[in-house]
Design a protein around this ligand. Structure first.
Ligand SMILES: [Zn+2]
Ligand SMILES: [Zn+2]
Length: 281
């Protein structure tokens, strides 16, 4: 089995509408791309901040500017008009755990992907609201990032931990700590180990300035040694990126002795042997 659970049908274009993106035709474009790469398990995980209901969780100005879609209409669309698994990419917002749980538990998602894009109000991966302009040192930002990843895991809110070292996204365009980075990864490991959360292996980083898989091999190795199963995804925002660069991801899994991938249904997890195959429709 190969999976791609971290997909966005919603265009990055701020002015694109839900009506333009959430169509059976658009979903089928992703499905066709997956078929051509032997990826049978496909799910959509739209960003929570695209939905009006997210403003019950957090009112960061970035979220306020994007929260226009209706979450229940999205869920109905995926269930009734596509054959994709129904997921969501939800930010971990410290202090809002109950409100996140309320939003997730009220819908019949197949899985919830938890991500950390912000450290307090500062964005890790955007120029707007950038944490890199906050005056904090690179050591402080990286420490806080991996502590928050551990908190997100430990919260128990999510099935999968997204792009677990997103903080490196900018590559050489932002400061990067010196030396062995495992001192940062270690901060996240207890939460990952205790929660049993799956860790995402994402090829999206290869398409960003850093040109690396998320997470780094050393971090993934630590997660696997802590007992975490792996969920494989591309984080595609357009059909052509579905399953992109999976050869590199699969080579890393093989080098670490990982022979199974997570599959999800109604928030139940099972493990399937890695391998390309036909979908069962
Ligand atoms: Zn993300
Ligand atoms: Zn994403």
């Amino acid at each position: 089995m190969l999976s791609d659970y971290h997909l966005h049908l919603r265009s990055d274009d701020h002015d694109a509408t839900a009506a333009q993106c959430f169509t059976p035709e658009n979903a089928e474009r992703y499905r066709t791309a997956a078929d051509s790469r032997g990826i049978a398990e496909l799910g959509v995980s739209e960003h929570v901040y695209r939905f009006e209901q997210a403003l019950d969780i957090w009112r960061h100005p970035f979220w306020v500017s994007y929260a226009r879609d209706d979450l229940d209409a999205y869920c109905s669309f995926v269930r009734e008009q596509t054959d994709l698994r129904l997921g969501i990419e939800a930010d971990f917002v410290a202090g809002a755990e109950d409100r996140i749980a309320n939003l997730l538990d009220a819908r019949d998602f197949d899985y919830a992907i938890g991500s950390v894009h912000f450290i307090r109000d500062g964005a890790v991966d955007m120029d707007d609201y950038s944490v890199w302009d906050s005056g904090r040192s690179v050591e402080q930002i990286w420490r806080r990032y991996f502590e928050t990843i551990g908190e997100a895991a430990r919260s128990g809110l999510f099935d999968v931990l997204a792009h677990p070292d997103l903080v490196k996204m900018w590559g050489a365009e932002r400061p990067r700590p010196e030396g062995d980075l495992r001192r940062f990864y270690e901060l996240a490991i207890p939460g990952i180990a205790e929660s049993g959360i799956a860790v995402e292996l994402s090829t999206a980083g290869l398409r960003k300035r850093v040109h690396e898989l998320y997470p780094a091999p050393a971090f993934l190795q630590m997660c696997v040694q802590a007992g975490a199963p792996v969920a494989l995804s591309s984080d595609a925002h357009r059909p052509e990126d579905v399953g992109a660069d999976y050869d590199q991801a699969l080579a890393l899994l093989e080098s670490l002795g990982v022979g199974e991938l997570c599959a999800f249904e109604r928030r139940e997890r099972r493990l399937e042997p890695v391998g390309a195959g036909e979908r069962a429709r």
